[in-house]
Design a protein around this ligand. Sequence first.
Ligand code: FE2
Ligand code: FE2
Length: 293
Amino acid sequence: MSNQKTFTQTEIAPLGSLDEWEEDVLKRYPENETPAKAKEAFRNYEDPARDTVKEFYRLNHTYQTYDFVQAKRNEFLQFSKKEMPVWEAFQFLNQLVDDSDPDTDLDQFQHLLQTSEAIRADGHPDWMVAVGLVHDMGKVLCLFGEPQWAVVGDTFPVGCAHSDKIVYPEFFAYNPDTNDPGLNTTLGIYKSNCGLRNVTMSWGHDEYVYQILKHSLPEPGLYMLRYHSFYAWHREGAYDYLLDDHDREMLTWVKLFNPYDLYSKNPVPPDWTKLKPYYEELVGKYLPSMLKF
Ligand SMILES: [Fe+2]
Ligand SMILES: [Fe+2]
């Protein structure tokens, strides 16, 4: 691996907490809003918190190059960082505390549980409830010292031109891949309709959790894990030329999952003591007893 750049603390953590990114996504895609109206509102809204989100995207779009992603894959997909039983992994994830607003924000586990409970309440299959419960487990990357913009944020393909449907597309002007003739054409290194399985995505918690659990859940669930932050695809319809029929079929599932992730947040935490037996059984059914990070 060639000499990797070291980042300053402000470059590692431009956001007060990871939740700032999600709150911004929620403003971009508000519940029960027509897409055109919502987009207009998003373009116009002013909020001091948004400057940190903007800076977050500047860093994300600048540094998530094809080479950066390969280096991260080489490092993390060996799964040699940590090995933990599932419930310990949830506790580990919860060390990611939000210090910007400790009173109103729920911890990571509460978000996972609210997502899974909303899926369960709507009567979806139990494997999808399991997806809800683990979908953000990849955020442990932050606890391994990874910069926020290499953990969360909208994801996008690397190795080909960046779609202008990605949020803040103007920041891709700072990405060296934009000036690389091998990587900056519509298809770049890919073949037309090669299927997303052959496409490398920007590095973050989606790909990481997918790789950790790719032998444990049914295919639609794996798509939900792997592409839940690929908003340019599942919300904006970009990158059709990379998709194959299988991706198009799976898109329905990714779209089904997204509202549970975005709109299930509730200030009242679920009653864990009541829910525990159900989730212990569910975890036993779908997840390996030890998780390798
Ligand atoms: Fe997520
Ligand atoms: Fe989430």
